[in-house]
Structures are given as C-alpha cells and as structure tokens.
Ligand binder design. Structure first.
Ligand SMILES: [Zn+2]
Length: 434
C-alpha cells in the first residue's frame, strides 16, 4: 500500500443535535476509515418522527466502510457524541462489528485512572501547593458525580412544574446530555481492548493511519494546565481552577442534589392548594431555585465539554481540525504553544467546535486560520457545523447555539456548511485532494 493518502473525504451526517463524522482516506488501491463520534440528543428535523434515524446513519457508515473501521475517535462522554455506541440499540453493536483497529478517547476515560472523590478536598493541597496526582483523582471523581447530579437535576426539572417553561426545557436538555450512558462507555472500552486503545492528552502523536500525522492538541492533563490554572486565577468560570470548582461548586452541587431529592418527595406528597396571595411568591422562589440549578448544570456541561479530544490530522498539504466540543479552557493550553499556533495556521477543514457555540471557536484560534476568505478565494477554508438550533442556550442571553455572530463570520470567510441547512439533508460530503 502507498505510504500516503491521495485524497480524503469527510462525511458529516445530519444527526440533529450531536456529532457523527466519517473520514475516508483514499490510498492507491485501498481506503481507510475513521469515525469521529456518533450520537444525538435531538433528532434532525427531517427525521422528527423516525426513531431509527441514527440506525440509518450507522447503516450508511457500514456501507461506506464495507465491514471494516480503522479508527474510532470518541471525543468526550456527552450523549450527543456517544449515544450511537450504546449496545442497547443496533447502532452500538453494528459499530463494534466493524472492529476498529484504534480507539481514541480522552485521558479522563482511562479505566486505569482512579476515580477517587472520597478524599477530603483539603488533602489536595499540601504546603499551599496542589498535589497533581490527588487533584487528578478528585477531578475524575467529580466527572463521575456529575452524572448523578445531572440525573437529579433533570428529575427536578420534571417535577417542579410550570415555572419558566423555557428554563425547564434547557434544564432538561442539559441534564439529559450529561446523564451517564453506561452501555456506550462499556462498548467503547471493549472495542479499545480488542484493538489499540489510546487515552490521550495534549502533546501526544498517534500513528493510526499511514502517511497521516496525527497530533493531539487537547485536553491537557491537570499537570499540563497548571499554568493556565494560575493564569486565570481571577476567572471564576474557569474549570481548570480546580479548587473553586470542587470546593465551592462541588459543595453547592451536593446541596442541590439533596434539595432536588427533597423537592421530588414533597411533590409526591402533593401540597394543599395555596392561598392566591402567596402563589406568586412561591412561583418566584421556584424560579430562583431553577435558575440556580441551570447555572450549575451549565457548569457541568462545560467541564465535560472540556475533556474533548482536539485532534489535528495532516495528510499531504491538507490539515483537518477536529475539536469535539472543546471550549476556551481546553483550547487555552494548545493556543499558548507557539509551535502549535503555527501548525494551525493552514488548516484546510475545520469541524466547528461544540455545534457552533459562542465559546468553542476562540477568537485567537479563528484569527490564526490563514485560508479564510470570501467566495472564489483559492484554497478557501472549509467549515462543517453539525447542529440544531433552539436546543441549547438562548438568543435573549446571547448564548444560542449555533451563535448567530459566529455563523455570520463562518459564512463570510469560509465555505460553511451547517447540517441543518445543507443541500443533502442526510449527509454532506467534502473531498479534499492531498
Ligand atoms: Zn456536543
């Protein structure tokens, strides 16, 4: 077989709110296939009434791969990226039957890592300095706990009733995305055991496809991102700032969890009809409580997104950037490296991060791409965005996904294709010669 691919085809399947990309590397007389995520939390408009829409996507993947998958990348554990790997439906079994040679996941999924959330938080800090090993164990423990919190919050959203319909919708959606998907997680682990499993962090180079350079730009380990943690000491939203997250927010989360359980119990007991004069107050109080929950679940969501693998593939003169749902905190590490910034300048195809959300295509990253340009520009940057509007964030608060101002930039300066508006409602194909 020739040492390098002559062209690469990227398929973006329309899975509604989620990601499912298939990359096919063409070599003289041979092909190699790489699947990047397979999940959805909300069906595409074209298939609103079709419960088997993901099955049809996987059937097409089977057809293209003709029985063999070479690489599988599961960027992070969110449902909208891994639900298709669940063996409770045919999709997960079918993908496992394609026997991927290499299975890539973030380091946070490594089964050898100890998810210890029991040790007292204070023990992480000895003589004012964090013990990174303990810190990592805590972090992994926190990731595990998040599923429980998300489930409780989702439950709470359901039982609390009509206060702020829109808020509840978002609560339920975010809660749902963060609920653990044990079948998918198990299947990914098993597939990794059959082939080569890689649990990656920033800086690793993977040999997974002949003639394709594959650099991991994220996520950083907590040791690697220690500098960032210090740099952003004043930014309360930064999750790498471990102490504030697991210290203050962790405690708040546990309190909310207890509260959610109590609320569920109280609702079951059915409180008697309240006098008219206090109904307004009760409604307001509930709204405050729900808003608090929503801010916590948003933080959970960001933390999990930031465990996303960021992968840069180089095949001949082409570069393909696959960042999963990585947000600014994950990107900050890669973007602080001058060598990697140079490497990112001539990206040919960019998978738009986190379905087009406001903080997943950092401006310093967008600023690096030199193939930006209007229609007709030669070698114009290709951007692919798998998304579904109206599921995440809100226009009112400027957090809608996809974010309109970002979409305008992408449309103006690249050949932008959104899964929602693509000509082919099932699958978009882009082929690049290498
Ligand atoms: Zn996602």
């Amino acid at each position: 077989m020739a040492a390098a691919p002559t062209e690469v085809t990227v398929r973006m399947y329309n899975v509604g709110f989620g990601d499912c990309f298939l990359l096919t590397f063409k070599y003289p007389g041979d092909e190699r296939h790489m699947l990047v995520d397979c999940g959805s939390t909300s069906a595409p408009k074209r298939a609103r009434k079709d419960p088997d829409f993901l099955d049809k996507v996987v059937a097409d993947i089977e057809r293209v791969c003709s029985g063999k998958l070479h690489v599988l990348l599961a960027t992070h554990r969110h449902r909208d990226h891994v639900s298709g790997f669940s063996t409770q439906s045919r999709t997960g079994r079918a993908i496992a039957a394609l026997k991927p040679d290499h299975v890539i996941q973030p380091w946070t999924e490594d089964p050898r890592a100890r998810a210890d959330a029991v040790t007292a938080t204070a023990s992480i800090y000895t003589s004012g300095k964090p013990d990174t090993k303990k810190m990592t164990a805590h972090f992994l423990g926190a990731l595990e706990d998040m599923h429980e919190v998300a489930a409780a919050i989702k439950h709470s959203a359901r039982v609390e009733g009509p206060a702020g319909k829109q808020t509840f919708k978002h609560l339920e959606f975010l809660g749902d995305d963060n609920i653990k998907n044990p079948s998918a997680v198990k299947n990914l682990l098993a597939m990794g055991k059959r082939g080569n499993a890689y649990y990656v962090n920033a800086g690793m180079e993977l040999k997974i496809l002949p003639g394709v350079k594959c650099t991991v730009l994220g996520p950083p380990t907590l040791e690697q991102s220690d500098a960032i943690r210090k740099e952003r000491a004043r930014d309360p939203a930064n999750f790498w700032q471990f102490r504030s997250f697991w210290g203050a927010q962790g405690v708040a989360m546990r309190a909310q969890l207890q509260r959610a359980k109590r609320v569920a119990g109280a609702k079951a007991a059915r409180t008697p009809e309240l006098p008219k004069s206090v109904r307004w107050f009760v409604k307001q109080a509930r709204q405050v409580h729900v808003d608090e929950l929503l801010s916590i679940v948003r933080d959970l969501d960001s933390v999990m997104n930031n465990t996303s693998v960021i992968l840069l593939l180089e095949a001949g003169k082409r570069k393909i950037l696959l960042p999963g749902d990585a947000q600014i905190e994950n990107w900050a590490y890669a973007l602080s490296n001058p060598k990697w910034r140079r490497l990112l300048e001539d990206v040919s195809l960019y998978k738009v991060g986190h379905h087009g959300s406001l903080n997943a295509t950092p401006k310093p990253l967008w600023g690096l791409f030199k193939h930006k340009g209007g229609p007709g520009a030669s070698g114009r940057l290709e951007t692919l965005c798998s998304t579904k509007a109206g599921k995440h964030g809100s226009r009112k608060s400027g957090t809608e996904v996809p974010r309109q101002v970002l979409v305008e930039q992408l449309e103006k300066n690249s050949r932008f294709i959104s899964s929602e508006t693509a000509e082919d409602a099932f699958c978009t194909q882009v082929t690049l010669d290498c």
